[in-house]
Design a protein around this ligand. Structure first.
Ligand code: CAA
Ligand code: NAI
Length: 246
């Protein structure tokens, strides 16, 4: 991809799954990566460095604005700039609507929606001053079509699409770009929580390829959208889902 060399990228939720695969892909493209996660990201940092890139782990809870501001300050102190933010940290707390608790609603909205607000608002002053920057957010096929047992999650993943489109309407002339990636079902810890029978009999049967996506297949979409190859792509949602919505 063009234009990723020596870019500084913050990836939330980069200690595992899609975030970690994305961190490794950006390292391979020559970018430097901040692994921002509340889980330990030391192993991810080692793998990034093994690819010749610079990397630090910052322990961050995206729901906490002070944590997030410290993440931005530390990134600028370490690398001098922020070129790309990937809002990827996310959780599920699935239950059918009739059984969904207010706690489950609040927890998911707090990480998946408010966390995206916190991180984006914290990098904006720097990116606006720099007159360049890319903010990418992990939505989901569930944010486009809904899903059984995921009222809270669907609201959050639908919400980040609305936020992204609003930012483009506000800031398209500033040199900043904002896009979402909407993965289908991908082989990470998140999917391991789905009851096996539901996964096999209700979900995979609807995927024409008959398989889960791989985290690296989502990482490739992020690398493209962050690169100069995508510089006229703004406010879009790139589905990477094995056509599971056909
Ligand atoms: N799609 C289609 N049918 C589903 C379904 C799904 N995702 N989830 C549950 N069902 C069906 C079940 O097969 C079951 O059908 P039958 O009555 O025909 O057997 C019915 O709904 C009720 O399910 P349960 O008996 O399991 O009900 P429960 O109240 O015990 O549990 C549940 C409900 C917590 C939603 C549980 O079924 C579950 O965890 N389902 C998976 C939900 C899911 O798809 N989560 C995605 C997580 S991965 C992710 O979120 C990443 C992403 O962005 C794609
Ligand atoms: P994962 O569970 O492997 O990774 C999520 C990461 O986010 C973890 O490292 C976790 O520690 C971190 N995290 C959670 N809450 C956090 C918080 N408050 N602050 C900081 N870090 C936090 O799951 P996966 O699948 O890699 O998920 C990444 C993103 O992709 C999530 O936003 C998820 O909703 C989304 N997604 C996942 C799909 C899948 O099928 N796996 C499909 C579509 C979207």
């Amino acid at each position: 991809m063009r234009g990723l060399k020596d870019k500084v990228v913050i990836i939330t939720g980069a200690a595992s799954g899609i975030g970690k695969a994305t961190a490794l892909r950006f390292a391979e493209e020559g970018a430097h990566v901040v692994v921002a996660d509340y889980a330990d990201g030391a192993a991810a940092v080692e793998e990034i460095k093994a690819r010749g890139a610079q990397s630090v782990y910052l322990k961050v809870n995206v729901t906490n604005q002070e944590n997030v501001q410290a993440m931005v300050d530390k990134t600028i102190e370490t690398f001098g700039k922020i070129d790309v933010l990937i809002n990827n940290a996310g959780i599920t707390k699935d239950a059918m609507m009739k059984k969904m608790t207010k706690d489950a609603w609040d927890a998911v909205i707090s990480v998946n929606l408010t966390g995206v607000f916190n991180c984006t608002s914290a990098v904006l002053p720097h990116m606006l001053e720099q007159k360049s920057g890319v903010v990418l957010t992990t939505s989901s096929v569930v944010g486009l079509y809904g899903n059984l047992g995921q009222t809270n999650y669907a609201a959050s993943k639908w919400g980040v699409i609305g936020m992204t489109k609003s930012w483009v309407k506000e800031m398209a002339k500033t040199g900043l770009r904002f896009n979402c990636v909407a993965p289908g079902f991908v082989a990470t810890d998140m999917v391991k929580k789905i009851p096996e029978q539901v996964l096999q009999e209700k979900i995979l049967v609807k995927v024409p390829a008959g398989r889960l996506g791989e985290p690296e297949e989502i990482a490739a979409a992020f690398a493209f959208l962050a690169s100069d190859d995508a510089k006229f792509i703004n406010g879009t949602v790139l589905s990477v889902d094995g056509a599971c919505t056909l």
